[in-house]
Design a protein around this ligand. Structure first.
Ligand SMILES: [Zn+2]
Length: 425
């Protein structure tokens, strides 16, 4: 994601109150958004594992109204601020299935634009779907979305079918691979669309304002970027489609799709090398969605990687001068932090607390990856990135995992480098 000053919503470090580790395996949600009323109605089935000794579980539920929780072992439930406490009884199995009915007017997390007839999700999922917001609990998702007839709906995973339901259309999306809940989402509206194909992967572009022809121009590099990240990570893109939607005022990656600010197209059309944000959000399909920081103290492993990989693509596509000018920008942001005594180690608590802290995570982090590449040399650095990405694809990571993967791959002791640039300042 790219956090704009006005769009940050605090919260979201996971339920954190579970006595025994909670492992959700699948969410199955049927949701009906009402764009004019900014309202949603949802029925959610959660399949999860928890130690049979656990007497309760805690889920995140934003400001949603939960009116029913049922299941074989559900004894009672209560909502306390943004937490949903569910008491369990008489269990011998780790496997559980519960059904939750809820509704509400999400204030954040789901953006409604009644003037354009659009809606889309951003950070954070529990504001529109009861979920376990932990960064290290990965689950698959079945998302069934009911939208007014004629509207299009793009969501996490792949579209497996659509059907008529009265005056609505039901879109059925399936994400078969597991990711943390913050990567789930959808967008709906009266979109024009265009598509390209790269190998077996269909690239879809949507906007309610721009024509298909213009969309193709804006996103012309997507296939090249995707192939570049496949090569650098050594891991194929995870599914058969990737969608980009120009909508609203956010930049947000989700599983298999990204939303980009509605005005983003104009800067790309003015200067075709201004595609950093296309690259940034697409990079998260590897670094972020599939290789995920275990908690937000290590958020630079998501965001600095996305920033840096976008610059690495710029170098590949436009030459070293473009790369150097990106790095000079990141260094100047870092120098400014140091000068104002706002610098921090890359691993720290409270990245969301200020713009300066966010700059540490995004831009100092990207600058440090550049320095690491200088330290190791191109061949060793990229071999290390590939080895790290392959080893941890589909897993959650801390900074030590990255350091050790780079050390193992390159045969270099990086203690001094990581102490100086990552753990200390
Ligand atoms: Zn990002």
């Amino acid at each position: 994601m790219v956090i704009l000053a006005s769009s940050w919503t605090p919260g979201a470090s996971g339920a954190g109150l579970n006595e025994y580790p909670l492992d959700v395996t699948r969410y199955t949600l049927t949701i009906e958004p009402d764009i004019d009323k900014g309202f949603i109605d949802g029925t959610l089935i959660i399949n999860f594992h928890v130690d049979p000794k656990a007497k309760s579980i805690v889920l995140d539920a934003g400001n949603l109204n939960v009116h029913e929780v049922t299941g074989n072992n559900v004894a009672a439930f209560s909502k306390n601020q943004n937490k949903l406490h569910i008491e369990l009884s008489g269990r011998t199995q780790k496997e559980n299935e519960i059904i939750i009915k809820y509704d509400g007017n999400p204030q954040n997390g789901l953006q409604f634009h009644s003037e354009t007839g659009e809606a889309y999700t951003v950070y954070f999922t529990s504001q529109w779907m009861v979920s376990h917001d932990s960064f290290h609990d990965r689950a698959s998702l079945h998302l069934n979305i009911l939208v007014p007839k004629g509207k299009k709906c793009i969501a996490s995973g792949e579209l497996i079918g659509t059907g008529k339901r009265g005056d609505k259309t039901l879109f059925q999306w399936r994400q078969t691979y597991e990711t943390p809940s913050y990567t789930y989402g959808f967008a709906l509206g009266d979109f024009n669309e265009a598509s390209d194909q790269v190998g077996n992967i269909k690239l879809n572009y949507y906007s309610s304002r721009l024509s298909g022809e213009v969309l193709k121009k804006v996103f012309v590099e997507t296939g090249n970027i995707l192939q570049f990240f496949e090569q650098k990570s050594g891991v194929s893109y995870i599914q058969n489609s990737y969608s980009q939607i120009l909508i609203g005022r956010h930049y947000q990656e989700m599983s298999g799709l990204s939303v980009l600010h509605a005005s983003y197209a104009s800067s790309v059309l003015k200067d075709s090398s201004e595609i950093h944000l296309t690259s940034h959000e697409l990079a998260h399909q590897w670094w972020g969605n599939m290789i995920t920081c275990k908690n937000l103290d290590h958020f630079w492993l998501n965001e600095a990687f996305a920033v840096y990989m976008a610059s690495a693509f710029n170098e590949h596509k436009f030459g070293v001068e473009k790369y150097n000018s990106d790095i000079a920008l990141y260094k100047s942001i870092y120098d400014d932090l140091v000068e104002r005594n706002k610098d921090k180690p890359l691993v720290f608590t409270g990245w969301e607390a200020s713009r300066d802290n966010r700059h540490v995570v995004y831009y100092k982090g990207a600058y440090v990856l550049h320095l690491l590449r200088q330290e190791l040399g191109d061949a060793a650095f990229w071999a290390g990135i590939k080895s790290y990405s392959q080893e941890y694809f589909g897993k959650s990571v801390e900074t030590i995992d990255f350091q050790q993967a780079m050390e193992k791959s390159t045969g270099t002791d990086l203690d001094d480098f990581f102490r100086k640039w990552v753990y200390e300042k």
